[in-house]
Design a protein. Structure first.
Length: 290
């Protein structure tokens, strides 16, 4: 039998690590309370290597990630308002990205890393705003006078998915950035939670409330067929749904516990989170190899 040299073996291992997703090339980032403050934590998809993402003081919440920039963006409260900050993948190189005399919430970075999307009340109620990360020029995207939040760029950067309360109820909308075409994607007598695009951009996942016991349902909508599918029926504290990097799993939080859901077999499983953290938000992101 022909033996493989150490150098060849290392090249083979490097090829497999770099050409497939998994614990090495993905991370789960979550928000959890630590010593009375909301902090960002990061771990592998198998729950290993759990650690604080950033050592910056104060609260940290509403995380977003830009693969193009290899930076994490998040919100921090300061002086009765919120700023948007960013750090690199090591939790270092802190930068203050948005500091307005108004609120700046729910960041999302365009796929090319050139634009930052967020909600702000600088024009009254929360509206969507897009900022050029080079020129820092601001562009207002919504003008309806409602409350517009939880916006997220589509994987191709052509659309924005967001929540809007325009008629007393919070529904999911889609905005086409090229022509400002607006489409209402949900219709329910109850409020919806934050939507998340599938990696293909053909579906999204979100939650919808089911009163009177403050329970929620996790559902997925196919944007090509316009069909809704219930994934997880009524749960007490179901929030923060998010697709895995390849779209095969959905991460969500139910009553402070992190789960993954496999749509192919309709089963939920406990996420193997090490430690005693109680997550409030979570995202699953691609991550650069060392």
């Amino acid at each position: 039998m022909r033996t493989i040299g150490i150098k060849s073996l290392l090249l083979v291992l490097l090829f497999f690590c770099s050409s497939s997703a998994g614990p090495l090339s993905e991370r789960v980032v979550l928000v959890a309370e630590h010593n009375g403050l909301k902090k960002l934590f990061i771990c592998r998809p198998d729950g290993r290597d759990l650690q604080r993402l950033s050592k910056e003081p104060g609260h940290q919440m509403q995380p977003a990630y830009s693969p193009a920039l290899e930076r994490f963006f998040y919100v921090r409260p300061i002086l009765a308002r919120h700023q948007i900050c960013s750090v690199d993948t090591r939790g270092k190189d802190f930068q203050l990205e948005v500091d307005l005399k108004a609120e700046a919430l729910y960041p999302s970075v365009s796929p090319d890393g050139k634009k930052l999307l967020f909600s702000t009340d600088m024009w009254g109620p929360l509206e969507l705003c897009e900022m050029d990360l080079d020129s820092r020029e601001l562009k207002r995207l919504t003008y309806d006078g409602g409350i517009n939040t939880r916006a997220e760029y589509s994987p191709d950067g052509k659309f924005v998915l967001f929540l809007s309360r325009r008629s007393g109820l919070t529904e999911v909308y889609r905005l086409e950035l090229e022509n400002d075409a607006l489409t209402k994607l949900t219709e329910s007598p109850f409020a919806h939670g934050a939507p998340n695009w599938s990696p293909s951009g053909k579906r999204f996942v979100a939650t919808v409330g089911h009163p009177p016991k403050r329970r929620s349902v996790l559902f997925e909508k196919d944007l090509e067929t316009d069909k809704l599918r219930t994934l997880v029926p009524e749960q007490q504290g179901l929030v923060s749904p998010c697709y895995s990097v390849d779209g095969s799993l959905i991460l969500f939080i139910d009553d402070g516990v992190l789960y993954t859901y496999d749509p192919s077999d309709s089963k939920a499983a406990l996420f193997p989170l090490r430690g005693r953290l109680v997550p409030e938000e979570a995202i699953w992101v691609p991550f650069p190899l060392p």
